[in-house]
Design a protein around this ligand. Structure first.
Ligand code: SF4
Length: 355
């Protein structure tokens, strides 16, 4: 089986990384608020949700204060697949998506008749930034014989160019299915997730060279050192992590799959290689177990995230309150892009249902 990588030039690859760094430089520091103010905002948001017939859809990586509020008000805290499904099926007129921009776009594409608001439109993702739609379309044009499968962490325009969209919870199953049909795959943008899938399915995959700045920082050596301190601990790893980290995992999976694994595994301690925001829901699921964050490169090295996605961290009670009150930061996706992206997203939604 042939496995290939997208042959970007060194200069091109460097430019993509610079693009990510430039966007990252604009992320403001998180604004800590005192608990009395947080309670005040939470009460005001609850009232606004009723007044506007809105519901909060929050990702596992957002501030625990937002996750708790979503749960308390009948919303959801989940991975991106479940976020998409929940928004699609919920009766509310407005969806408030706390996460990063591609999640708001996905919600809008799947439920165009609803108003989709986000606490901030500046929250993006290194995978999205590192896969510009124009360049990606050219890449696809060069390989017309391949089925284009893109990760959910992409812009609406990239999804519109794809045959399939997948989340990390079903990426492996979808590629395995396509491989069984004899399809050759063009995969984008996460090279680590793509490499993991390729290794496990043997599929012929041509890959874009993108990565998540959070998961890329986990270090196998750091985890092995930590296992000396916690020899009984299970190692749970998100597949956006480098291969060396995935190789030492007891369980590799999406955020929802890692929470399920924390529940089903017999170990009482878990070393977890994904964004620390997941600890809010994971600890709820396993209140008696000890959760330990996997080591990263550290702030003194190249780490810009240290297991905390800076863009997820841009969501706050303050800007969530502001967007609801003012009806601001509404997501819009042009009709043509939306119609094309809908087809590839719909395949994902139907695949999950039928498998
Ligand atoms: S954690 Fe990584 S993949 Fe998720 S939004 Fe942040 S940069 Fe993107």
């Amino acid at each position: 089986m042939a496995s290939q990588s997208h042959k970007v030039s060194i200069a091109e690859n460097h430019r993509h990384k610079q693009l990510v760094e430039q966007v990252l430089d604009q992320v403001p520091d998180a604004n800590a608020i005192d608990s009395a103010y947080a309670v005040q905002l939470q009460e005001q948001i609850k009232a606004l949700l009723i007044e506007k017939n809105a519901v909060i859809i929050a990702h596992y990586y957002t501030d625990p204060l937002i996750q708790a509020l979503a749960e308390e008000t009948g919303g959801v805290v989940s991975d991106s697949l479940e976020m998409a499904r929940f928004g699609n099926q919920h009766a509310a007129d407005s969806l408030v998506v706390a996460g990063v921009k591609f999640m708001g776009e996905t919600a809008k594409i799947l439920t165009p008749h609803k108003r989709v608001l986000m606490p901030t439109l500046e929250a993006t993702c290194s995978l999205d930034v590192g896969c510009p739609a124009g360049e990606f379309a050219l890449f696809c044009d060069q390989h017309p014989d391949r089925t284009v499968v893109v990760y959910a962490n992409t812009s609406a325009a990239v999804k519109a160019r794809a045959d399939w969209v997948v989340t990390s919870s079903i990426a492996l199953d979808v590629v395995d299915h396509l491989d069984s049909l004899g399809k050759k795959i063009l995969w984008a943008p996460d090279k680590y997730l793509g490499g993991y899938i390729q290794k496990n399915t043997g599929a012929d995959m041509l890959m874009w060279d993108g990565s998540c700045i959070v998961h890329e920082e986990f270090k196998a050596k750091g985890i092995i050192d930590l296992q000396q301190v916690y020899p009984q601990a299970a190692v749970l790893v998100h597949p956006e992590s480098p291969e060396s980290v995935v190789d030492i995992a007891d369980v590799v999976g999406s955020t929802s799959q890692l929470i399920a694994a924390a529940q089903s595994l017999p170990q009482q301690q878990m070393i977890v290689a994904t964004d620390q925001g997941i600890f809010y829901k994971m600890q709820q699921a396993v209140p008696d177990k000890q959760l330990i964050i996997a080591p990263t490169g550290g702030s003194g090295a190249s780490c810009r995230s240290c297991a905390n996605c800076p863009w997820m961290g841009m969501n706050s009670l303050e800007n969530l309150h502001a967007c609801l009150k003012q009806g601001s930061n509404e997501i819009a996706v042009d009709a043509d892009t939306s119609a094309k992206a809908y087809k590839s997203l719909e395949r994902m939604m139907n695949f999950k249902v039928s498998n």
